[in-house]
Design a binder for this molecule. Structure first.
Ligand code: DOR
Ligand code: ZN
Length: 341
């Protein structure tokens, strides 16, 4: 197969940031129609009014169809969440365990304190997106997701069986199994977790552009993710977690977590799905399963991926005073997106 036409995709997990960085990266997601926009700004997006204002800034920066989220804190007002959802301002609420990742200091430490808001969301049908890692310093970083499933997610699901859950950026076979064992739960998978494992990040030199959270795991987990993504199983769909950081913050003694994949996510995915002999299931992963999970209509348009010679993607984007380096899988990619006629 040397060309593949799919329904226009969506990105169910995207970081766009704010100000100059927002203006630099928003146009890079142009191949996606909608995207769930993460709220971990500084300060975070915690109220419906803040989400409405951020939405306007995202649209002004060039991304037309943002689906906004609220950052759940222990002082979030349940009524504000329910109103923002009913008014169409937000699509979901994001739960970060405190300290889990970039700008997550205002996240949840004591889950008892968010019971009332979770109950209100369950009753009103507001989806919850979860960063699924425990953050206790004594838990090994490679075990944090698996530990979250047992310690947090299983009890949370039992306490709120009707709460619509999306487990974000799953990275382990345990998470894949958990999702399959809990019908109705959705899970996003990133491009980098499909393309790479911890050897790619650490063997023969430490590569900061592979560093993200949850951290890349061993190859057996990468294979489980590839199997889930290419299976056609409707519970799994694309959330790039494209997370831009300035190049100097990535290439640093204490590197920031995040891979910037928005510009070339679709060619990279075509490469993965071709390797897995599953190109016929790429559309389900990028364009069908996500809308079904969120109860949203499918996009109207289509785009075509073409297979040709090795592609050259820009090493980095430079715009609005920002330099952001693209994730480079380290081997040639032969797919590109056909330019619109
Ligand atoms: O690698 C990551 N980067 N993981 C996250 O959860 C957050 C993100 C960011 O905002 O930079
Ligand atoms: Zn993220």
């Amino acid at each position: 197969m040397d060309s593949l036409t799919i329904r226009r995709p969506d990105d169910w997990h995207l970081h766009l940031r704010d100000r100059d960085m927002l203006r630099a990266v928003a146009p890079e997601s142009r191949h996606f129609n909608r995207a769930i926009i993460m709220p971990n700004l500084v300060p975070p997006v915690v109220t419906g009014a803040q989400a409405a204002a951020y939405r306007e800034r995202v649209i002004a920066a060039g991304f037309a169809n943002p689906l906004m989220t609220l950052y759940l804190t222990e002082t979030t007002d349940p009524a504000d969440v329910v109103r923002a959802h009913a008014d169409g301002i937000i699509t979901a609420v994001k739960l970060y365990p405190a300290g889990a990742t970039t700008n997550s200091a205002s996240g949840v430490s004591n889950f008892e304190n968010v019971r009332p808001v979770l109950t209100a969301m369950e009753e009103a049908g507001v989806p919850l997106c979860l960063h699924g890692e425990v953050t206790d310093s004594d838990i090994d970083i490679f075990d944090r997701e698996a530990m979250f499933l047992d310690r947090v997610l299983t009890p949370l699901r039992a306490a709120h069986p009707d709460l619509k859950l999306t487990l974000e950026h799953v990275t382990t076979a345990q998470a894949v199994d958990w999702v399959r064992a809990h019908p109705g739960t959705g899970a996003t998978i990133t491009v980098q977790h499909l393309m790479a494992n911890r050897n790619d990040m650490l063997a023969g030199g430490m590569r900061p552009h592979f560093y993200c959270l949850p951290i890349l795991k061993r190859g057996t987990h990468q294979r489980a993710l590839r199997q889930a993504a290419t299976s056609g199983d409707t519970q799994f769909f694309l959330g790039t977690d494209s997370a831009p950081h300035p190049t100097h913050a990535k290439e640093s003694a204490c590197c920031s977590a995040g891979c910037f994949t928005a510009p070339h996510a679709l060619p990279l995915l075509a490469h993965v799905f071709e390797e897995e002999e599953a190109l016929d299931r790429l559309e389900a992963f990028t364009s069908l399963n996500g809308p079904a999970h969120y109860g949203l209509p499918l996009n109207d348009g289509h785009l075509t991926l073409i297979k040709g010679g090795p592609q050259t993607f820009p090493h980095r984007i430079e715009a609005h005073g920002q330099s952001v380096t693209l994730f480079d899988p380290g081997h040639p990619i032969h797919w590109h997106i056909e330019a619109p006629a």
